[in-house]
Design a protein around this ligand. Structure first.
Ligand SMILES: Cc1cc2nc3c(=O)[nH]c(=O)nc-3n(C[C@H](O)[C@H](O)[C@H](O)COP(=O)(O)OP(=O)(O)OC[C@H]3O[C@@H](n4cnc5c(N)ncnc54)[C@H](O)[C@@H]3O)c2cc1C
Length: 370
């Protein structure tokens, strides 16, 4: 329903990943005209996460959720709520829902380089020199958020949590599993290493044997030297992930050897296959407990707002909660009421966001010392 027209509210979302796209859809749902600016054209990630159909429907609406769910499970099917889905399938589904919505424009390949506001509007300047003006600006630009520098200049950076995550996805038909298939999420530990393994549907949502995939995420606290020498972590701050093409040949040989000694068969086979295809990424884990989420007409959502360790398994759920709270706070407000509405968003979300990140920090502290 788009009946609650918000007097031509214009919203600008910086970052077109999971948090930015869900926020854009939630804002379009309350009648806002939304522009999403995303610097990358086509991002990939080996990560996987749970996307509960009912939560998606509640936040972005049944119509938009149907587009996403069709992408995840095939037309007319729904993924099982607790079953992980591949990050890129979810991102593709959300992007399709955004492209189908006439009140959202998605500008890809443009980077926001500065943001600010005056009495009447908030603005973001992109690297092509364009100034985009709106009544409200949403920072959905991830753990190294530029918008956070504006909202929380006293503490703009997320801290390195002391460990990295190797992640990869292998296709079932490339593995020799003799029919054995994991029933669900499997968590294993070996010394100071932890592995999360999860069955995934095929790229077309198929659950048919032979078409499925195995995702894995390997927590490793012994790689600080690698992260510092590659510049992925500098001065205690995570700067970037290490792409599959930048993982060294030595590591592509070492990881399968270690996997065979540490992890049981489906996972060691999946890791060996990912290494053979040179398709493993390394993500240094960051954490950020927010003190604020809002300044004037700008608000943060997703990893720009709060960065929990992936061990919480709740980063996307929190981004959905942010989008829902934003939609609720901005429902039926006029442009001049935006700063007050965002204060109410912050009152709603700051406590839960802080508690989520803090819940993961106890794992991080003991694991990184490990
Ligand atoms: C390895 C890994 C495993 C994870 N596992 C889970 C899990 O099991 N369960 C779970 O719920 N969550 C998990 N998460 C977290 C989850 O993916 C995120 O919390 C969630 O996707 C929200 O991310 P985001 O959209 O806020 O940020 P991001 O995905 O980082 O997106 C930020 C976007 O902003 C863009 N951007 C940045 N700066 C600019 C700029 N200046 N101008 C324009 N665009 C810009 C970037 O290109 C990017 O597309 C995991 C994360 C990782 C890294």
């Amino acid at each position: 329903m788009r009946s609650e027209v918000v007097d031509g509210l214009r919203a600008l979302v910086v970052g077109g990943s999971l948090a930015g796209l869900t926020s854009a859809l939630a804002l379009a749902r309350i009648g806002a005209q939304v522009t999403v600016v995303e610097r990358a054209a086509g991002r990939r990630s080996g990560a996987a996460l749970a996307a509960h159909p009912a939560d998606l429907e509640e936040v972005i609406g049944i119509e938009a959720a149907a587009v996403v769910l069709d992408r995840l499970a095939g037309p007319g099917h729904r993924p099982h709520g607790s079953q992980p889905v591949a990050w890129e399938d979810l991102r593709d589904g959300l992007a399709q829902a955004v492209l189908a919505d006439p009140s959202i424009s998605l500008l890809e390949g443009r980077q926001v380089v500065s943001v600010g506001e005056d009495e009447r509007a908030v603005w973001a300047r992109t690297d092509d020199g364009t100034e985009h003006r709106a009544h409200v600006l949403i920072g959905a630009d991830g753990h190294r958020s530029l918008v956070r520098r504006y909202v929380a200049p006293e503490r703009p950076d997320a801290d390195f949590a002391g460990y990295l995550l190797w992640v990869g996805i292998a296709r079932e038909h490339d593995l020799d599993l003799h029919g054995s298939w994991p029933a669900g999420l499997d968590i294993q530990s070996s010394g100071d290493h932890v592995l999360l393994g999860y069955p995934l549907p095929g790229p077309d949502g198929s659950l048919r044997p032979g078409m499925r995939r195995l995702g894995w995420a390997w927590y490793d606290a012994g790689r600080t030297e690698l992260l510092v020498s590659t510049g992925a972590v500098r001065d205690g701050v995570v700067r970037h992930s290490i792409r599959a093409s930048d993982v060294s040949e030595l590591i592509y040989r070492e990881l399968p050897d270690r996997a065979r000694g540490a992890w049981s068969v489906p996972w060691s086979a999946a890791i060996t296959d990912s290494a053979r295809r040179r398709a493993i990424t390394a993500t240094p884990i960051a954490e950020y407990v927010p003190d604020r989420l809002v300044r004037g007409r700008a608000a943060l959502v997703g990893n720009a707002a709060h960065v929990p360790t992936p061990m919480t398994g709740s980063g996307f759920a929190a981004a959905l909660d942010d989008a829902a709270a934003l939609g609720e706070a901005l429902r039926a407000v006029t442009p001049s009421q935006v700063p007050d509405a965002l204060d109410s968003y912050e009152r709603d979300r700051l406590g839960p966001a802080r508690r989520l990140v803090q819940s993961g920090q106890s794992f991080s502290r003991s694991f990184a010392r490990g």
